[in-house]
Design a protein around this ligand. Structure first.
Ligand SMILES: Cc1cc2nc3c(=O)[nH]c(=O)nc-3n(C[C@H](O)[C@H](O)[C@H](O)COP(=O)(O)O)c2cc1C
Length: 205
């Protein structure tokens, strides 16, 4: 079982990266998780999408290959989306343009909204109504909103912290349980249901 964490902030050493490292540590502690990968969009490593991606010989495709390989090898995802201007960062939406069902189809993704203050719901809402049509990714019902992010998850102890810090650590453990349950079930479903993907219908309606 492999989970890949996607850090949706373009900032280097972002708070979203900190949250991702915390979740990565908690997932790595589990016996039922073999590997936890990470794609960090800090520093903008993924170029803006353009139509050369669809050409047979494409430099863009070569650039994206390691990222697509990382997504393909995962059984589930954690998508960390900081709230920027009440939105998901553009770089994360750009990265999602490259996703297809070959990499992410019928695999669960837990959304994590992040805010430096008391916000963080907008990126959750935005992802919940977008991004799944062609990628065929499946958002889990349990999501997280890490508010006042500077004050929480500043060490790796799942039982640490006080107040909202303690609460979000406890909720994270539960959300991780749900993600792994879906990842196990969906993996079995993909293996036993080959017609989940159909060459005539790679794009949803
Ligand atoms: C361009 C930009 C826009 C932001 N807009 C919002 C916002 O709309 N709501 C909010 O709660 N925080 C906003 N923030 C603050 C972030 O929540 C804060 O930087 C937090 O640390 C998460 O971002 P990070 O993962 O990039 O560090 C914004 C930050 C940036 C860089």
């Amino acid at each position: 079982m492999k989970i890949t964490i996607i850090i949706g902030s373009h900032q280097q050493d972002s708070q979203s990266h900190k949250v991702g490292k915390y979740i990565q540590h908690q997932l790595n502690e589990r016996d039922d998780v073999d590997e936890v990968g990470m794609v960090d969009l800090g520093g903008n490593p993924v170029p803006l999408w353009d139509s050369t991606y669809w050409q047979k010989e494409s430099g863009l495709k070569e650039t994206l290959a390691p990222f697509m390989g990382e997504l393909s090898s995962a059984d589930g995802y954690v998508i960390i989306a900081p709230e920027w201007g009440g939105m998901v960062p553009g770089g994360l939406k750009n990265f999602m343009l490259y996703w297809s069902e070959k990499e992410t189809g019928h695999k669960p993704a837990m959304i994590v909204g992040v805010s430096g203050s008391i916000n963080g719901a907008y990126p959750v809402a935005e992802l919940r109504h977008s991004g799944y049509k062609n990628s065929k990714i499946v958002y889990t019902p349990e999501h997280l909103i890490v508010r006042n992010v500077g004050e929480v998850m500043n060490d790796m102890d799942p039982n640490g912290g006080e107040g909202i810090d303690k609460e979000i650590r406890e909720r994270t453990a539960h959300a991780n349980n749900c993600l792994i349950a879906y990842a196990k079930a969906f993996k079995a479903m993909r293996e036993t249901t080959p017609d989940l993907m159909h060459d005539d219908f790679p794009y949803g309606m």
